[in-house]
Write a protein that binds this ligand. Structure first.
Ligand SMILES: Cc1ncc(COP(=O)(O)O)c(C=O)c1O
Length: 369
């Protein structure tokens, strides 16, 4: 239990954490968790930290699930919601994953962590590492939004800006990690970021009185949230905490300028091809190939979901619509879910009374020049 894990060296694929759910069920029930102080760690029996002193908490979790009636009316949907992850520390859902990963790193006695990032994960890692007294190094593309660079430096991290994409940053961070003994917190190169992200799935189940929505629309880069939530639903089912075990159809959204998951999904492929010349203003979606591509595709298919690519101009229009209609200043990645929803409605993939949750994964404020 106190071993340092990364990923499977034989098949080069992610490792996921597992729990003795019978024991968890004997120790705690869902109502007790609902009564606890707000935040991600009220689910601690289902998270990978053994000693609570190691938890690094900055207020992550329990973000609002907002009904968006104006938008719903405009689109002809009676049950439309936005899970607004911009309320997390550092202004994005990346806080959840990095809270779990840095807490676990602290528990394992790791003293220095490194990450390649499209931006928000770096800022989140820097913040949690600062609180945990762990050294942090971050590799980012040089055109990453300025807020991500500044927030990381402000938290004391060493930031290295590179010419290239997150995939190039990953190569460089990996090299430094191997040469100098830094622990690599790249997406799915360790098991615990997905554990933090899965709590979004628990929170949805709780908010819908222990049932699940019909459709979840999620902006997918590395895919931690999508894979994490799918895992959360399986755990809730095994715990017997769901009133109705009908699972949501999961929708992966990517930008047309970088859509490896969309292409692989529609071609029926088991893995993604590396996407060449990736470009989109939604920096978090500029991931040419996820390390968890097979898992993402598997989860989408199991859920009877789908995958949708959206153009940058439609992301910008959706961002403005979210602001105008609902007062939400969404990150472009979050706004991409609304652009995708329009396509799904047009294709009659969604019925008007279905419960649909869009994920706004971050704050639009982080993208101002
Ligand atoms: C705001 C935002 N949304 C979505 C994503 C994609 O998330 P994931 O890599 O977990 O799929 C990112 C990644 O950087 C992001 O910053």
């Amino acid at each position: 239990m106190q071993e340092v894990h990364t990923f499977c060296p034989d098949c080069q694929s992610p490792l996921l954490a597992s729990y003795d759910l019978k024991q968890v069920k004997a120790r705690v029930d869902r109502d007790e968790i609902s009564r606890r102080r707000k935040g991600m760690w009220r689910w601690h029996e289902l998270l990978p930290i053994q000693n609570p002193d190691n938890i690094v908490f900055l207020g992550e979790g329990d973000t609002p699930l907002l009904r968006v009636p104006n938008l719903g009316k405009e689109l002809g949907l009676s049950n439309l919601y936005v899970k607004d992850e911009s309320a997390n520390p550092t202004g994005s859902f990346k806080a959840r994953g990095l809270a779990a990963a840095v807490s676990r790193a602290r528990e394992l006695g790791i003293e220095k962590v490194i990450i390649p990032t499209a931006g928000n994960a770096g800022g989140a890692m820097a913040a949690y590492a600062a609180r945990a007294n762990i050294r942090a190094t971050i590799y980012m593309p040089k055109d990453t939004p300025r807020a991500n660079v500044e927030e990381s430096r402000m938290a004391g991290a060493q930031v290295i800006l590179i010419d290239g994409l997150i995939s190039d940053a990953a190569g460089m961070a990996g090299e430094k990690a191997r040469a100098e003994g830094w622990f690599d917190l790249s997406t799915f190169k360790e098991p615990y970021r997905a554990e933090g992200k899965k709590v979004m799935g628990y929170e949805l189940a709780e908010a819908f009185d222990w049932t699940l929505p019909d459709v979840i629309v999620y902006p997918t880069g590395g895919g931690t949230g999508l894979v994490g939530m799918w895992k959360a639903f399986a755990e809730l089912e095994e715990l017997g905490w769901l009133e109705d075990t009908k699972r949501p159809r999961m929708v992966a959204v990517q930008a047309a300028g970088c859509a490896p998951v969309i292409k692989a999904f529609h071609e029926g492929a088991a893995f993604c091809d590396f996407w060449l010349n990736a470009h989109t203003l939604a920096s978090g979606l500029r991931v040419p190939k996820s390390f968890a591509d097979a898992l993402i595709l598997e989860n989408l298919r199991e859920s009877q979901g789908t995958a949708v690519a959206v153009r940058d101009e439609d992301i910008l229009e959706a961002q403005s619509q979210l602001g105008r209609r609902e007062g939400i200043f969404a990150a472009p990645e979050g706004a991409a879910t609304l652009a995708a929803l329009r396509i799904l409605i047009e294709n009659k993939w969604i019925a008007s009374n279905e419960r649909v949750v869009l994920f706004n994964t971050g704050s639009g404020l982080k993208y101002l020049a």
